[in-house]
Design a protein around this ligand. Sequence first.
Ligand code: ATP
Length: 430
Amino acid sequence: MLRIGIDDTDSKRTMCTTYVAAQALRELEKNGYRGADLPWLIRLNPNCPYKTRGNAAVCLTIQAKPEDLGRIEEIVVSVVKKWADLESEGTDPGIVYAWAEQAEHLRETYWRALWEILDPKEIRSRCDSLGIRYVQMKEGRGIVGAAAAVGADPESLKTFEAIAYRVPEMWGRERLVDEQSVLEMDGSLALYTFDNYDYEKREVRITPHTPCPVLAGVRAITPEHAEKGLGMVRFYEPIEFHVVFKTNQAGDLHYIPARISDMKPNTSYIVTGVVSSPPTIIPGGHVFVKISDGTGEVTLAAYEPTGSFRRVVQNLVVGDEVLAYGAVKLKPSGPTLNLEKLAVTRLARVTVKAAPPCDICGRRMKSMGQGKGYRCEKCGIKRPDKEPLVVDLERKVSVGVYEVCVSARRHLAMPLKLKSSLRHYQHGQC
Ligand code: ATP
C-alpha cells in the first residue's frame, strides 16, 4: 500500500487541499489504481501560523507495486499543478509518497505536527533518511503537513466527513443550501452526526464561508451516516461530486496535559487550576479570569464568539477548581489560554453573614454593632454572645463540563455530545 500525502495547495482566495486530493484520487482511479482506504483528512496544530484556514492535509492510500511509483508520481504532480493556487504567495505544496511500512516511521511526525511547529528542513531530512520520496513546489512548506498526514495514526481516525464539491462556475458565489433541510437532517441524525448547525447563533455549519470548491461537509461517527446526512440536505445548485473522508477531527488530539509553568505559545493544553482572581469583562463582551496551579498563573479567555459559554467563566469565583482546554497565546498582559472547553470540577463556597434568629420568638435579631452581638426587637432580650449566621449563596454555575458554541469550535475539539455517541458506537450499542 502506498500512502500519498498532499498539503498546502490552497490560498485564502481559492482552492482546498481536500479538493486537489480528491481530484488526484479520481485521476489515479481513471488510470486503473484503486484506493485501499477512504482518503484521510488530517487536521494538524490549529495554532500553526502558516495555515490558511483549518490546517488540513490529506493522505490517499493506494494499492500499488514499487514499479508503479513513477507513473503515480506523474499523475499526482500533474493534478497538483493543475489545481493548486500556485500563483498565490504562501501556497507551497508538498507531496510525500511512502509505503505503509515507511509511513509508520512518520508516526511521531504526525503527533508532533498536532502539538508543535515543525521545521520543513527537519521533515526533509527525516524523509531522506527513511528513503521516502517527496516533491516540493515553490517553498515546499507543505511537506510538513504531507508527511504528517502520511504518518497519521490510524487509531486516531475516529470520525468521517462527507464533502460535496461545487461545480467550478459556482466557486466564490453564495452557497445555495436549504437551511430547513439541514435542521431536519440534524434532528434525525443527531446521535451520529455533529456540528451541523449552531442553534445558539442560528447558523448552518456544514457550509464554509470561503471562496473554495467545498459546498458542504457533514461530519459523523460512521461513513454511512456522513453520506446519509449529506444526502438529506437540499441544495439549489449542482454538486460536482462528493467524497467521504476518514478524519482525526473531533478527537481532542491537539491537547497536551501541562502545568502552567510548562506552557508555550501556539500550543493547545489541558490545564488544572484554581481561580486566582475574579473574572473581568471588557467592552466587546470578552471575559477573562486568572487561574493558578502553584507553578504559575495564566489568564483564561472566553471571547465574544464563544457565545453563552462566557456566562460560565463570568460566574466563576476565586477558589473554584477547573480543568481548562484551549490554545496558549502570548499577550502583552502575559500568557492567555483561549478557552475551547472548561470543566468546573469543584465550586468554592460563597457565603454572606446574616443576623441570627431569636431563640425565643424566631424573628431575625438586630445587630448591636460590630462584635457586640444581637438583640431581639420583639422580645427585648440582648445577646452580646450571639454570632452572625454564615449563609451559603447559591452559585450561578454548576460542576460540569462546558464548551464553546458550535461556530466557535475547533475542528479537532470533541463536541461534548460525541463522547457518549462514540463510546456507545464503539461498544456496538447504537
Ligand atoms: P485548508 O484547511 O483550507 O486546507 P490549511 O489551513 O490547511 O488550508 P495550508 O495552506 O495547508 O493551510 O497551510 C498550512 C501549512 O502549514 C502547510 O504548509 C503545512 O505543511 C504547514 N504545517 C501544518 N502543520 C504544521 C506544523 N505543526 N508545523 C509546521 N508547519 C505546519
